[in-house]
Design a protein around this ligand. Structure first.
Ligand code: ATP
Length: 436
């Protein structure tokens, strides 16, 4: 398989309704995207796959959904107001701005090749600020969260008391975050508004290193289980000068993007930094009393932090393939069934009225369980190609024989193999092929 070019994915996403440039009829809003009918389904599938493995299949993690807007105190305590910044440099020749830590050569402008033309680096805070309430001015300022994590820390005691969990346990959240990125780009890889899937896992301090290793391995495996080839993934430990202000050790799960290796997810050892900061700033004790050991301690935190949109980009890039079927080239998205927008397409062979009632009946039965597409336009070959291109794992074809033999054809996306199955056992046949 040839490496996927970013353009191939961007075009497919636009053409088939995964992702559109935002506010396109006004010329677009830079580096913002709207997710269309297929893209919104896929985003939902990424979120649900994460919640399924990180919350549903574990008895030591609970889910919350915290506010996006927060008062300055939260971000003063967390250190984001003082520290959440990127080093910004301007090229004095071409006036372009860059993140200094992203420059390959810190003397040469990647845009105009000017040498030694950069200004001194300035710290540029990435937080979006706005005002709440009808009165403008002091006291009304609020911030849009730059990560979901603070929602877990400020609710630590609430969750501890109401969920009756004890360390080691985790609080998970999926939701939007906002960063005024200096150089957004590479499609949905880096945008100013994005969605995160974060887990704050609270452990006895001495167990921190063990759980850090555990989460690094577990998170890498999650992407492999959902279909990304292992050779397109790696774990990269951060150098000391890359670490965030709260971290004593971080590893990134990196993915081989068309432009090279880059971050897909970060796993950080946040220690007891956040709970201690919020204890100090709020005056509320955020700690845990271990009755068995009769000791009180502030748990250490391991944080796997992933991006929904960035993960979707990686899944699409890894799944994109072109092959030849019956002497004809085809584009196929070999998405894991859990991630595919539609699991099944129901395709009556012809638009003739005689087939419609049976096909609609099959559609309604399957739609009770799965996201199913019903399509009766165009020749059947073209409809198969469309489903291949949007990653639908299975097509169910209803033909004129179906009216007599009560059977339909299941066609598989990856192999294009076709098999005839009785309608009575269609649902179990589909479940066996999808795996759920
Ligand atoms: P980068 O170094 O790429 O700026 P980061 O280290 O600042 O990322 P984290 O703070 O670790 O990112 O955020 C966790 C995850 O959230 C990232 O791995 C990524 O998947 C996602 N993410 C962060 N910033 C963005 C963004 N601007 N657009 C899309 N996803 C993002």
């Amino acid at each position: 398989m040839a490496a996927t070019e970013l353009d191939q994915i961007v075009n497919l996403c636009k053409r088939r309704g995964f992702v559109y440039p935002s506010a396109e009829i006004y010329g677009g809003f830079r580096s913002s995207y709207d997710y269309g009918p297929l893209g919104s389904l896929m985003l939902r599938n990424v979120r649900e796959a994460w919640i399924r493995t990180m919350v549903q299949q574990r008895d030591d993690v609970v889910l919350i959904d915290a506010a996006i807007l927060g008062p300055p105190q939260v971000f003063e305590a967390s250190g984001h107001l003082a520290n959440f910044s990127d080093p910004l440099v301007d090229c004095t020749k071409c006036k372009q701005r860059f993140r200094e830590d992203h420059l390959i050569d810190r003397d040469v402008c990647p845009n105009c090749a000017a040498v030694g033309a950069f200004t001194e680096a300035r710290a540029f805070n990435l937080m979006f600020k706005t005002e709440a309430g009808p009165i403008q001015g002091a006291g009304a300022e609020v911030y849009m969260r730059p990560e979901t994590a603070q929602g877990m820390f400020v609710n630590f005691t609430n969750v501890l008391q109401t969920s009756r969990k004890k360390p080691p346990f985790g609080i998970a959240q999926v939701g939007k975050s906002f960063r005024n990125e200096i150089t957004p780009g590479n499609f949905i890889f880096r945008t100013r508004e994005f969605e995160q899937m974060e887990l704050e896992f609270f452990v006895p301090p001495a167990d921190g290193p063990k759980w850090y290793e555990y989460w690094c391995a577990t998170r890498l495996q999650w992407y492999i289980d959902l279909g990304i080839p292992a050779e397109m993934l790696m774990l990269r430990p951060h150098d000391a000068d890359e670490l965030s202000h709260y971290s004593t050790g971080t590893s990134d799960v990196e993915f081989l993007y068309p432009w090279g290796w880059g971050e897909l997810e970060g796993i950080a050892q946040r220690t007891d930094y956040d709970l201690k900061q919020h204890t100090q700033y709020s005056g509320e004790k955020l700690d845990y009393f271990d009755q068995a050991a009769n000791e009180r301690y502030v748990p250490f935190v391991i944080e796997p932090a992933a991006g929904v949109n960035r993960a979707m980009a990686a899944f699409l890039l890894a799944a994109y393939d072109e092959d030849v079927v019956n002497d004809e080239p085809r584009t196929v998205l070999r998405l894991h069934p859990r991630l595919a927008p539609y699991k099944v397409a129901v395709l009556p062979l012809s638009k003739k009225d005689t087939l419609t009632p049976l096909a609609k009946q099959i559609y309604a039965g399957l739609a009770d369980r799965y996201m199913v597409e019903y399509d009766e336009t165009q020749a059947i070959g073209r409809r198969y190609r469309r489903q291949d291109e949007i990653g639908t794992p299975l097509c169910v074809t209803v033909d004129f024989d179906s009216l007599d033999d009560n059977a339909v054809t299941i066609r598989e996306r990856d192999t294009t193999a076709q098999v005839r199955v009785p309608i009575d056992s269609l649902e179990s046949e589909i479940r066996a092929r999808l795996g759920f």
